[in-house]
Design a protein around this ligand. Structure first.
Ligand code: NAD
Length: 460
């Protein structure tokens, strides 16, 4: 396994990136486009190796790696390359007629040198997707993958310098000491994806340098199900959202709030689809991933021991392979499964009296990354929209909203701030610089502004 970056190397990496940025090589559009094509090539030419690393790190089925990490990285890098001119076109602020000669415009410039900190659950795509934004914006970047997925991290460290300009994009390998060292330095933007506890550490470190931060965090994304929903499809689509990457996805449906009349039917449908997805059991299925580490396996199995709810599907686990079956638990309010983000294949179902009761339940809770609703009632959908705050709202399906790449993806409150996806990622690494060029000939307009001030200078 690749060794961690020596601590004394980290300031040197930072200094070299800054030097590269100052040289100006990252700014020409043609250079950026070439790097973006190279990023797409990186994902395409190494698809098998990426899938292999993700299998070793997370037991992830190849199909999930192809959809979630490989295809999206290729598609988004190529789309970004095709949009560079559009994104970098100067804006034209509205002006008064007498200001037109100033050629006013709003230019988009690269912030400089970014630090990208990625988590373990999608260790390749959460590292590379901010990179396409940094490249598109004309920034340099250091990329710090998660230490919990060492095969993916080593792959990135080995491959990024082969495909991207090595003086502009560098990987820092390591754990808390290495990232702590990196956070002492002054970056021009920090793009952090992970949990809120570390998000606070990152924000505090960034504040010392007034560095802007994007925080892509997680949280408990609820699913509201009312009695008008197609319960069979609701169960299928929610369960799918819970089993992708074994539930270790920031937009996984965390728990269900269902109108109490439909709970028995919904639970039966969840069981049926669980059996259909894994006819010979999930633990031995090659269509179902594993839990990333012993610590996370212990956390999740302890949750299953501590819940007072009724396990109605699944519940088995295998310590040797770190597998946990998709597990549906019918719970009461106050259950341990309703406390923190589950981030695993456990799905609590809480019966509520009504949609209003579900909204009341959410009222004082943290704002989630996404709120899911399953309903055939437009009035209920509108009520849900009006009464809640969340990073996104998706009715009728889970996770699929991420395929709208032109929409911003990000949280609000505890689920983070700032956003990403195509132009939004470009914007994160850019700043807007208004430019004017006021002709000397326009001096005639400015007579009144100069001292000494007289009664006459107030005449306008
Ligand atoms: P993690 O433990 O791998 O941490 C993320 C990064 O933070 C790693 O690179 C790690 O080295 C670094 N880190 C850990 N401790 C640190 C410390 N003390 N100081 C500085 N850096 C530190 O991953 P995680 O946080 O467990 O990831 C899972 C979380 O990420 C979940 O909450 C999930 O919802 C969220 N997530 C959000 C998104 C999104 O786009 N919104 C995407 C994926 C995951």
């Amino acid at each position: 396994m690749a060794s961690y970056t020596p601590l004394d190397e980290i300031p040197k990496i930072h200094a070299e990136l800054r030097e590269t940025f100052r040289s100006g090589i990252t700014k020409p559009i043609a250079w950026r486009r070439h790097q973006l094509h190279q990023l797409a090539r990186l994902a395409q030419e190494n698809a098998d190796e990426i899938a292999d690393c993700l299998y070793k790190d997370l037991g992830r089925p190849k199909q999930e790696s192809i959809f979630a990490d490989i295809c999206t990285t290729i598609e988004l890098s190529l789309l970004a390359a095709s949009k560079l001119e559009e994104w970098t076109t100067h804006g034209e602020p509205p002006v008064q007629p007498w200001q037109q000669s100033w050629k006013p415009r709003v230019e988009k410039h690269p912030k400089g040198v970014g630090l990208i900190i990625a988590p373990w659950n999608f260790p390749v795509s959460t590292a590379l997707q901010p990179v396409y934004g940094a490249i598109a914006a004309g920034c340099c970047a250091a990329i710090k993958p998660s230490e919990l997925t060492p095969h993916s991290a080593a792959f990135l460290a080995k491959t990024i310098p082969k495909y991207l300009e090595p003086s502009a994009y560098k990987v820092i390998l390591g754990a808390v000491p290495e990232i702590t060292k990196a956070l002492e330095l002054k970056w021009d933007h920090i793009f952090y994806t992970g949990n809120g506890r570390v998000g606070r550490i990152v924000s505090a470190a960034a504040a010392k340098h007034l560095t802007p931060v994007t925080l892509e965090l997680g949280g408990k994304s609820p699913v509201l199900v009312d009695s008008t929903a197609d319960l069979d499809l609701t169960a299928k689509r929610v369960l799918w959202g819970k089993v992708v990457n074994a539930g270790q996805i920031c937009v996984a449906p965390d728990y269900i709030l269902a109108e109490k009349d439909v709970v028995p039917q919904l639970v039966n449908a969840l069981k049926k689809h669980g059996q259909d997805f894994y006819p010979n059991g999930a633990l031995t299925s090659d269509s179902f991933g594993k839990i990333v580490s012993d610590a996370h396996f212990k956390r999740l199995t302890e949750l299953l021991q501590r819940t007072k709810g009724k396990v109605v599907f699944g519940g088995q686990s295998d310590e040797k392979t770190r597998g946990i079956e998709p597990t549906v638990v019918v719970v009461e309010e106050g259950d341990v499964l309703l406390e923190d983000e589950i981030f695993g294949p456990i799905l609590p179902v809480l019966a509520v009296e009504s949609v209003d009761a579900a909204l009341h339940y959410l009222k004082d809770r943290d704002y989630p990354l996404v709120l899911y609703g399953f309903s055939n009632s437009d009035a209920n959908k509108q009520k849900i929209l009006d009464a809640t705050t969340s990073g996104a709202v998706a009715f009728g399906d889970t996770i699929q909203h991420l395929s709208i790449h032109g929409a911003p993806f990000g949280g609000v409150g505890e689920s983070g701030h700032g956003s990403q996806s195509l132009q939004y990622t470009f914007d994160a690494f850019s700043y807007m610089r208004p430019v004017v060029d006021i002709p000397f000939q326009d001096e005639q307009f400015f007579g009144a502004r100069y001292p000494p001030y007289t009664e006459k200078s107030l005449e306008f």
